[in-house]
Design a protein around this ligand. Structure first.
Ligand code: PEP
Ligand code: MN
Length: 244
Protein backbone atom coordinates (compact mmCIF):
# COMPACT_ATOMS: atom_id res chain seq x y z
CA UNK A 1 0.00 0.00 0.00
CA UNK A 2 1.64 3.18 -1.25
CA UNK A 3 0.13 6.42 0.02
CA UNK A 4 1.02 10.02 0.58
CA UNK A 5 0.45 13.49 -0.77
CA UNK A 6 0.17 14.32 -4.44
CA UNK A 7 2.91 16.92 -3.92
CA UNK A 8 5.46 17.37 -1.21
CA UNK A 9 4.59 20.89 -0.03
CA UNK A 10 6.43 21.54 3.22
CA UNK A 11 8.02 19.72 6.14
CA UNK A 12 4.95 19.59 8.41
CA UNK A 13 2.63 18.34 5.68
CA UNK A 14 5.11 15.70 4.55
CA UNK A 15 5.93 14.38 8.02
CA UNK A 16 2.35 14.45 9.24
CA UNK A 17 1.16 12.52 6.20
CA UNK A 18 4.00 10.01 6.37
CA UNK A 19 3.24 9.27 10.02
CA UNK A 20 -0.48 8.87 9.28
CA UNK A 21 0.23 6.55 6.33
CA UNK A 22 2.46 4.44 8.54
CA UNK A 23 0.00 4.38 11.44
CA UNK A 24 -2.82 3.08 9.23
CA UNK A 25 -0.62 0.33 7.77
CA UNK A 26 0.76 1.87 4.58
CA UNK A 27 4.09 0.38 3.52
CA UNK A 28 5.41 2.84 0.92
CA UNK A 29 5.31 6.65 1.04
CA UNK A 30 4.38 8.51 -2.15
CA UNK A 31 4.92 12.21 -2.78
CA UNK A 32 5.85 14.28 -5.81
CA UNK A 33 8.81 16.66 -5.73
CA UNK A 34 8.88 17.13 -9.51
CA UNK A 35 5.31 17.64 -10.67
CA UNK A 36 4.16 17.26 -14.29
CA UNK A 37 1.33 19.82 -14.10
CA UNK A 38 -1.09 20.39 -16.94
CA UNK A 39 -0.72 24.17 -16.59
CA UNK A 40 2.66 25.92 -16.44
CA UNK A 41 1.06 28.46 -14.09
CA UNK A 42 0.34 25.85 -11.41
CA UNK A 43 2.68 24.66 -8.62
CA UNK A 44 5.48 22.69 -10.21
CA UNK A 45 6.80 20.97 -7.09
CA UNK A 46 9.64 21.76 -4.68
CA UNK A 47 12.19 19.89 -6.78
CA UNK A 48 15.42 19.13 -4.94
CA UNK A 49 14.06 20.57 -1.67
CA UNK A 50 11.11 18.22 -1.94
CA UNK A 51 13.49 15.27 -2.22
CA UNK A 52 15.12 16.39 1.01
CA UNK A 53 11.72 16.41 2.76
CA UNK A 54 11.08 12.88 1.49
CA UNK A 55 14.44 11.82 2.84
CA UNK A 56 13.47 13.21 6.25
CA UNK A 57 10.07 11.49 6.14
CA UNK A 58 11.71 8.18 5.38
CA UNK A 59 14.17 8.66 8.23
CA UNK A 60 11.32 9.52 10.62
CA UNK A 61 9.02 6.62 9.67
CA UNK A 62 11.19 3.97 8.05
CA UNK A 63 8.84 3.96 5.06
CA UNK A 64 10.51 3.55 1.67
CA UNK A 65 9.67 6.28 -0.83
CA UNK A 66 8.23 6.36 -4.35
CA UNK A 67 8.55 9.65 -6.21
CA UNK A 68 8.30 10.77 -9.81
CA UNK A 69 11.21 11.54 -12.08
CA UNK A 70 10.40 13.83 -14.99
CA UNK A 71 13.55 13.89 -17.05
CA UNK A 72 16.63 11.77 -17.77
CA UNK A 73 18.94 14.48 -16.36
CA UNK A 74 17.22 14.21 -12.97
CA UNK A 75 17.41 10.43 -12.61
CA UNK A 76 20.61 10.32 -10.55
CA UNK A 77 19.42 13.05 -8.17
CA UNK A 78 15.98 11.48 -7.66
CA UNK A 79 17.41 7.96 -7.36
CA UNK A 80 19.61 9.11 -4.47
CA UNK A 81 16.48 9.51 -2.36
CA UNK A 82 13.84 7.33 -4.02
CA UNK A 83 13.49 3.64 -3.31
CA UNK A 84 11.11 3.42 -6.26
CA UNK A 85 11.18 5.78 -9.26
CA UNK A 86 7.78 6.72 -10.64
CA UNK A 87 7.35 7.38 -14.34
CA UNK A 88 4.12 9.29 -14.78
CA UNK A 89 1.29 8.94 -17.25
CA UNK A 90 2.51 11.93 -19.26
CA UNK A 91 5.93 10.32 -19.70
CA UNK A 92 4.78 6.74 -20.07
CA UNK A 93 6.31 6.37 -23.54
CA UNK A 94 9.29 8.69 -23.10
CA UNK A 95 11.95 6.28 -24.34
CA UNK A 96 15.06 8.17 -23.14
CA UNK A 97 13.50 8.55 -19.68
CA UNK A 98 12.58 4.85 -19.53
CA UNK A 99 16.16 3.97 -20.46
CA UNK A 100 17.75 6.37 -17.96
CA UNK A 101 15.45 5.27 -15.14
CA UNK A 102 16.18 1.63 -15.93
CA UNK A 103 19.91 2.29 -15.76
CA UNK A 104 19.58 3.54 -12.17
CA UNK A 105 18.88 -0.04 -11.12
CA UNK A 106 15.99 1.15 -8.95
CA UNK A 107 12.53 -0.38 -8.99
CA UNK A 108 10.40 1.55 -11.50
CA UNK A 109 6.69 2.19 -11.03
CA UNK A 110 5.41 2.75 -14.56
CA UNK A 111 2.06 4.47 -14.93
CA UNK A 112 -0.08 3.72 -17.95
CA UNK A 113 -0.26 6.63 -20.39
CA UNK A 114 -3.43 8.71 -20.42
CA UNK A 115 -4.49 7.22 -23.76
CA UNK A 116 -2.20 4.20 -24.00
CA UNK A 117 -3.45 0.87 -25.17
CA UNK A 118 -2.56 -1.93 -22.79
CA UNK A 119 -0.04 -3.30 -25.29
CA UNK A 120 1.66 0.11 -25.53
CA UNK A 121 1.92 0.19 -21.72
CA UNK A 122 3.43 -3.29 -21.65
CA UNK A 123 5.88 -2.39 -24.42
CA UNK A 124 6.92 0.69 -22.44
CA UNK A 125 7.71 -1.70 -19.58
CA UNK A 126 9.78 -3.75 -22.05
CA UNK A 127 11.97 -0.66 -22.60
CA UNK A 128 12.94 -0.90 -18.94
CA UNK A 129 13.44 -4.66 -19.09
CA UNK A 130 15.64 -4.53 -22.20
CA UNK A 131 17.93 -2.11 -20.38
CA UNK A 132 18.63 -4.85 -17.88
CA UNK A 133 16.30 -3.76 -15.10
CA UNK A 134 13.59 -6.30 -14.30
CA UNK A 135 12.23 -4.48 -11.25
CA UNK A 136 9.12 -3.00 -12.82
CA UNK A 137 5.72 -2.33 -11.25
CA UNK A 138 2.90 -1.59 -13.68
CA UNK A 139 0.36 1.00 -12.51
CA UNK A 140 -3.09 1.53 -14.01
CA UNK A 141 -4.26 5.09 -13.17
CA UNK A 142 -7.34 5.54 -15.34
CA UNK A 143 -7.56 6.40 -19.00
CA UNK A 144 -9.25 9.16 -20.94
CA UNK A 145 -12.68 8.16 -22.22
CA UNK A 146 -15.85 10.05 -23.18
CA UNK A 147 -17.12 9.72 -19.60
CA UNK A 148 -16.44 12.70 -17.40
CA UNK A 149 -18.18 11.99 -14.10
CA UNK A 150 -14.76 11.03 -12.85
CA UNK A 151 -11.45 12.58 -13.94
CA UNK A 152 -10.52 9.39 -15.82
CA UNK A 153 -12.03 5.93 -16.24
CA UNK A 154 -10.41 3.21 -14.17
CA UNK A 155 -9.75 0.38 -16.60
CA UNK A 156 -10.31 -2.64 -14.40
CA UNK A 157 -9.82 -4.90 -17.40
CA UNK A 158 -6.26 -3.59 -17.72
CA UNK A 159 -5.49 -5.09 -14.32
CA UNK A 160 -6.81 -8.48 -15.36
CA UNK A 161 -5.04 -8.37 -18.73
CA UNK A 162 -1.71 -7.24 -17.27
CA UNK A 163 -1.89 -9.93 -14.60
CA UNK A 164 -2.60 -12.57 -17.25
CA UNK A 165 -0.08 -11.47 -19.87
CA UNK A 166 2.88 -10.45 -17.71
CA UNK A 167 4.72 -11.67 -14.65
CA UNK A 168 5.00 -8.13 -13.28
CA UNK A 169 3.27 -6.75 -10.19
CA UNK A 170 0.29 -4.56 -11.07
CA UNK A 171 -0.72 -1.58 -8.97
CA UNK A 172 -3.76 0.65 -9.29
CA UNK A 173 -3.91 4.37 -8.54
CA UNK A 174 -7.58 4.97 -7.73
CA UNK A 175 -6.91 8.64 -6.88
CA UNK A 176 -5.95 9.82 -10.38
CA UNK A 177 -8.59 7.53 -11.89
CA UNK A 178 -11.34 9.04 -9.73
CA UNK A 179 -10.21 12.64 -9.52
CA UNK A 180 -12.64 12.99 -6.59
CA UNK A 181 -12.13 11.79 -3.05
CA UNK A 182 -15.56 10.18 -2.72
CA UNK A 183 -14.87 7.67 -5.50
CA UNK A 184 -11.40 6.60 -4.35
CA UNK A 185 -12.50 3.89 -1.89
CA UNK A 186 -14.93 2.12 -4.27
CA UNK A 187 -12.29 2.08 -7.02
CA UNK A 188 -9.70 0.78 -4.57
CA UNK A 189 -12.04 -2.06 -3.62
CA UNK A 190 -12.64 -2.89 -7.29
CA UNK A 191 -8.90 -2.86 -8.01
CA UNK A 192 -8.14 -5.37 -5.30
CA UNK A 193 -11.02 -7.60 -6.42
CA UNK A 194 -9.65 -7.49 -9.98
CA UNK A 195 -6.31 -8.82 -8.74
CA UNK A 196 -4.19 -5.71 -8.16
CA UNK A 197 -1.02 -6.35 -6.17
CA UNK A 198 -0.88 -2.87 -4.71
CA UNK A 199 -2.54 0.53 -4.55
CA UNK A 200 -1.13 4.05 -4.87
CA UNK A 201 -3.36 6.49 -3.00
CA UNK A 202 -3.14 10.24 -2.43
CA UNK A 203 -3.47 11.37 1.19
CA UNK A 204 -3.20 14.94 2.52
CA UNK A 205 -3.75 16.31 6.04
CA UNK A 206 -5.91 19.12 4.64
CA UNK A 207 -6.91 18.52 1.01
CA UNK A 208 -8.79 21.84 0.87
CA UNK A 209 -5.47 23.70 0.84
CA UNK A 210 -3.43 21.18 -1.18
CA UNK A 211 -1.22 22.73 -3.87
CA UNK A 212 -2.24 20.00 -6.36
CA UNK A 213 -5.07 17.50 -6.77
CA UNK A 214 -6.97 18.72 -3.69
CA UNK A 215 -10.24 17.25 -4.90
CA UNK A 216 -9.02 13.68 -4.96
CA UNK A 217 -6.85 13.43 -1.86
CA UNK A 218 -8.08 11.51 1.17
CA UNK A 219 -7.79 12.86 4.69
CA UNK A 220 -5.77 10.52 6.92
CA UNK A 221 -8.93 9.17 8.60
CA UNK A 222 -10.45 8.41 5.20
CA UNK A 223 -7.28 6.56 4.30
CA UNK A 224 -7.79 4.51 7.45
CA UNK A 225 -11.31 3.76 6.20
CA UNK A 226 -9.88 2.68 2.83
CA UNK A 227 -7.50 0.29 4.58
CA UNK A 228 -10.34 -1.17 6.60
CA UNK A 229 -12.54 -1.68 3.54
CA UNK A 230 -9.79 -3.12 1.36
CA UNK A 231 -8.40 -5.58 3.91
CA UNK A 232 -11.27 -8.11 3.82
CA UNK A 233 -11.23 -8.08 0.01
CA UNK A 234 -7.50 -8.79 0.08
CA UNK A 235 -8.24 -11.76 2.30
CA UNK A 236 -11.11 -13.04 0.15
CA UNK A 237 -8.64 -12.94 -2.75
CA UNK A 238 -6.47 -15.37 -0.79
CA UNK A 239 -3.76 -12.77 -0.18
CA UNK A 240 -2.59 -10.69 2.73
CA UNK A 241 -1.58 -7.09 3.31
CA UNK A 242 2.18 -6.57 3.36
CA UNK A 243 3.68 -5.82 6.75
CA UNK A 244 5.32 -2.44 7.24
C1 PEP B 1 1.02 11.48 -9.60
O1 PEP B 1 1.03 10.30 -9.22
O2 PEP B 1 1.18 12.44 -8.85
C2 PEP B 1 0.74 11.78 -11.02
C3 PEP B 1 1.06 12.95 -11.56
O3 PEP B 1 0.11 10.78 -11.63
P1 PEP B 1 -0.18 10.51 -13.20
O4 PEP B 1 1.16 10.48 -13.86
O5 PEP B 1 -0.85 9.17 -13.16
O6 PEP B 1 -1.07 11.61 -13.68
MN1 MN C 1 -1.71 13.87 -8.06
Amino acid sequence: MAAGPCSVENQDQTLETAKAVKSYGGTLLRGGAFKPRTSPYDFQGLGRNGLELLRQARAATGLPVVTEVLSPQDVDMVAEVADVLQIGARNAQNVPLLAAAAASGKTILLKRGISSYIDEWLLAAEYILVHGNNKVILCERGIRTFEHACRNTLDVSAVAVAKKETHLPVFVDPSHAAGRYDMVIPLARAAVAAGADGLLVEVHPNPAIALSDGGQQLKPKQFGQLMAEVRPIVEVMGRRMADA
